[in-house]
Design a protein around this ligand. Structure first.
Ligand code: GRG
Length: 302
């Protein structure tokens, strides 16, 4: 029986996500020594679900370029660990003060604030442990690995995701210009998505023009992802999203919907997705999954 394109995409996505989930399960091996409770908190948030969008992107880009899954896997897992730490910290009372994440009580509601902070810190450290231990076992030229680690470190650090979160915290309740709004979201959400795509590009051995095309793809899907998130906050189903809706407006957050209105935000979403798809032109039919992924970001309901 011939499957339609949407079924092919969903099956492939699920296959990538399962591959990542298996690897994530085995990277948090614990012990019986005192203090091993930290692993319960780390595993709780990691196992709480999540789309695994960023590691799926890293795998798909690497494979499209002819790279191997086992080479990108530690970097893909590291990105999901970093993403999960950022969600735990984002939910803390000092930040967004959210009681639910991925449809379950947030980390600090289950383990208390101190352990939630430590679980986030430990996931961040584990990400670097994974990448470095892969590099220590590897023979030969480590430059591609070092470049992948560099894009991940800078995308999640003070010039990437943390810069975006800093702007989010510092500008809450104040109206932002369109330019700063875009910069904030490019950093807060876009930088880690871009790091996932570019880590795949580094390990897959992208040429300079391929790397540039993938950079444009990543920037546009990162923007689309955030605009869709803002749209879902006003019109999404909390049961599907696994978190409250309307919380951005209630907290006086700067979003694409608050800045431009819903209709314009929808147009901006369409434009970013089209630009992402266009940027894949040089990869031909091999980029089918990444094209579908851009459309999935637009149509997702969580
Ligand atoms: C605390 C350093 C630090 C950073 C936090 C990620 C982040 C920065 C804040 C999260 C706030 C937020 C909801 C941003 C919107 C976009 C976003 C990152 C949504 C969550 O990502 P998904 O939808 O989550 O990929 P799942 O659960 O599917 O992994």
């Amino acid at each position: 029986m011939r499957m339609d394109g949407a079924t092919d995409f969903r099956e492939k996505y699920e296959e990538y996500a399962n591959f990542i989930n298996n690897a994530l399960d085995s990277c948090l091996a614990t012990d019986n020594k005192p203090g091993a409770e930290i692993y319960n908190a780390m595993k709780y948030s990691l196992a709480a679900g999540g789309k695994r969008l960023r590691p799926v992107l890293a795998l798909a880009v690497c494979e499209m370029l002819g790279g191997s899954r086992s080479e990108i896997l530690p970097f893909a897992c590291a990105i999901e660990l970093i993403h999960t730490y950022s969600l735990i910290h984002d939910d803390l009372p000092a930040m967004d003060n959210d009681d639910y994440r991925r449809g379950m009580p947030s980390s600090h509601r289950v383990f208390g604030e101190a352990l939630a902070i430590l679980a986030g810190d430990a996931l961040l450290n584990k990400a670097y442990e994974l990448m470095v231990s892969h590099m220590l076992k590897k023979e030969g030229d480590l430059r591609a690995c070092a470049r992948a680690m560099d894009v991940i470190a800078s995308g999640s650090g003070a010039d990437g995701m943390i810069r975006g979160q800093t702007l989010d915290v510092c500008y809450e309740g104040r109206e932002l210009s369109g330019e700063i709004l875009e910069y904030m979201h490019r950093c807060k959400t876009g930088a880690l998505i871009k790091a996932a795509v570019l880590a795949g590009a580094c390990i897959g051995g992208a040429s300079v023009p391929e790397y540039e095309a993938l950079t444009r793809y990543a920037e546009n899907i990162g923007l689309a992802f955030q605009i869709k998130d803002d749209i879902m906050d006003v019109s999404g189903d909390p049961d599907l999203m696994g978190k409250r809706s309307g919380k951005d407006a209630a907290a006086g957050k700067n979003t694409y919907v608050s800045g431009y209105g819903l209709d314009k935000a929808v147009q901006m979403l369409d434009r970013s997705v089209s630009a992402a798809v266009e940027s894949l032109g040089c990869f031909g039919a091999g980029a089918g999954f990444l094209r579908d992924l851009a459309l999935f970001i637009k149509d997702r309901d969580n």
